[in-house]
Design a protein around this ligand. Structure first.
Ligand SMILES: [Zn+2]
Length: 272
């Protein structure tokens, strides 16, 4: 993982063979920008990273997780910056991890530090979805995170216990978490003959979750979902759920799921 994104501490440049004179010369020639005490940026540096350093810290938390390509639920705007002082000013969040404060040697925090900060800025659901995404992309493992965090708060341990790197999308993570919290027995990424790999299975119900981005229009996608929310394949009902539905129509989606699972329970009881 590139933790510099074009912004460097003076110490890094010296270690790479630059000298104080060559740094000054590069700055005069426009090859390096002075972006804060002891920090320099090349012209192609990432703009958010430069903004974080200019704000007196390093890019961390949700902003670093976005940079690393994790699935992040919408609703976390602004720049998340980690520095020694807390608080919020100029629309930039001052984030800090649980446990010890690691040094800010690079302009972007490493994944464990960014995730540790994000426990404070994100909802439990959204944080677990971000971790699932990191695990699914093999950017880290649960063991590596636990090694990086010697003391883990109870809430975070509880969230880690619910993470599952098999999840193919944030939508899938959130549906899994919500159904399990309600007591449903949910199977993840199961092979079903004549259907293939499916996201989630609850009894006879197959739940396929939207893995697309947020690019298509909301109306079009919600219509899509209504049109083919239910399909019957053999003995199974396939239900498709879009992220917008999880966000805006969860009670309706849940009522549908309950309608199928309740009908199955009644049938099983009659059989007995
Ligand atoms: Zn934050």
């Amino acid at each position: 993982m590139d933790r510099d994104r074009g912004a460097y501490r003076t110490a890094q440049l010296l270690k790479a063979g630059e000298t104080a004179a060559s740094i000054r010369a590069a700055a005069r020639a426009g090859g390096l920008d002075d972006i804060g005490p002891g920090w320099w940026a090349v012209p192609t540096a990432d703009r958010d990273v430069v903004a974080a350093v200019r704000a007196g810290g390093v890019l961390s938390c949700v902003s670093a997780l976005k940079l690393y390509g994790l699935w992040i639920a919408p609703g976390y705007p602004g720049l998340h910056v980690r520095c020694s002082r807390h608080g919020e000013e100029n629309g930039k969040r001052r984030c800090s991890p649980f446990g010890r404060q690691p040094p800010t040697r690079h302009a972007v925090d490493d994944l464990p530090t960014a995730l540790a900060c994000a426990t404070k800025c994100m909802s439990d659901e959204d944080w677990i979805a971000a971790v699932d995404s990191a695990l699914n992309q093999k950017l880290t493992t649960l063991e590596a995170l636990q090694r990086a965090w010697p003391r883990i708060p109870r809430r975070v341990l509880n969230m880690l216990g619910k993470c599952d790197g098999r999840a193919q999308s944030g939508t899938e993570t959130i549906v899994r978490l919500r159904l399990r919290a309600l007591g449903f027995h949910v199977e993840v990424q199961k092979w079903i003959d004549n259907v293939g790999w499916v996201d989630l299975v609850v009894g006879r119900l197959v739940i396929e979750c939207d893995s697309r981005g947020f690019h298509t229009s909301k109306e079009a996608r919600t219509n899509d979902a209504r049109r083919d929310r239910h399909t019957q394949i053999g003995n199974r009902i396939v239900v498709r759920i879009m992220y917008d539905e999880v966000l805006y129509c969860w009670p309706e989606v849940l009522a549908d799921i309950r309608a199928f699972t309740d009908a199955d329970r009644h049938r099983d009881r009659r059989r007995r």
